[in-house]
Write a protein that binds this ligand. Sequence first.
Ligand SMILES: O=C(O)C[C@H]1C=CC(=O)O1
Ligand SMILES: [Mn+2]
Length: 385
Amino acid sequence: MASICQVDTLIIDVPTIRPHILAMATMHQQSIVIVRLRDSDGIEGIGEGTTIGGLSYGEESPESIKLAIDTYIAPLILNAGTVGVSALMRRVGKMVRGNHIAKCAVETALLDLAGKRLGVPVSELIGGGRVRESLPVAWTLASGDTARDIAEAEAMLDQRRHRIFKLKIGKRAVADDVAHVGAICRALGDRASVRVDVNQNWDEAQADRGMGMLFDVGVDLVEQPIARDALPAMARLSARHTIPLMADEALHGPRDAFAIAATAGARIFAVKIAQSGGLHAANDVARIAEAAGIGLYGGTMLEAGVGTAASAQLFATFPSLAWGTELFGPLLLTEELLAEPLAYADFELAVPTGPGIGVSLDEDKVARLRRDRTAPILHAVGGRA
Ligand SMILES: O=C(O)C[C@H]1C=CC(=O)O1
Ligand SMILES: [Mn+2]
């Protein structure tokens, strides 16, 4: 039986097409951790572990993801067989606590390799298999400027690329944020769904005020308005407001999902493969939501093409996906890292159909952009074409 004989990790830094302003950080670049596995037959599996804004979003950084894989996870999977991914990741879970993004990168690479060996997409190796070939995709408006955000949304509607918009708020006073959001809702009318993400930056009183005001201006949902561990307050807000609260940072896997569902803390879950600790864990999160009558949304850590393709493979297995996805990560970057870019058309992302996660890296780009490169640095001027 084939076994894993090589584990390699690297970090790639890629500028964003514009500053991406979140409540806790302004992103000018994204740092992508790639993991590559090779088995004894020479078959390769790739995975991605990516976070947002260094250490400002969560407890893992690009550097810690790489270190966790190199030092602690790689020795546990070297020489392991290339099938039985779920059982292998359970063993890893016993030896490595937390580090969900690192685990997700490794599990993705294992699933990619297994899918390639079996000649099937990863969507056939998880859940009940693929039930959809494309996924609705939201775009995040986060330039910090109302007129620029409206122009960006109009361009996306014209191109038929996105008609769901997520606005990043929580940095300014509640009334100022609501004025910004309300202007965008008025400009887009019923041509788009507008949602907001506060990234935990309100307290309960601000959230109470904000959620009422956002409902009045026509916002469809409010994502993680308060601290991720404030479950009783999330339950109170969910009970008090008609506008649905979506859990994001509060969801670090099935146990959190169960706790939120049991206390009615959210009406929608943003399911993220990285935050959940991998595709199988994220699938468990989705199953708990379904059993509890909680709506599903396919979230992102603003991954590049590899992590986005892996997420798409999982979300394509969800029988219901009422709130769509936000798998636009590669479109926020100035450089395409895939040999063949993901296909976005008619407001949807086509789920890759090839074996494994269905994508491969552009090796020249990787060599040129990797942080530890030895090749000369060539910077493109301006944004993405
Ligand atoms: O959901 C988050 O908090 C992170 C991310 C997803 C889209 C985006 O713009 O930021
Ligand atoms: Mn979020």
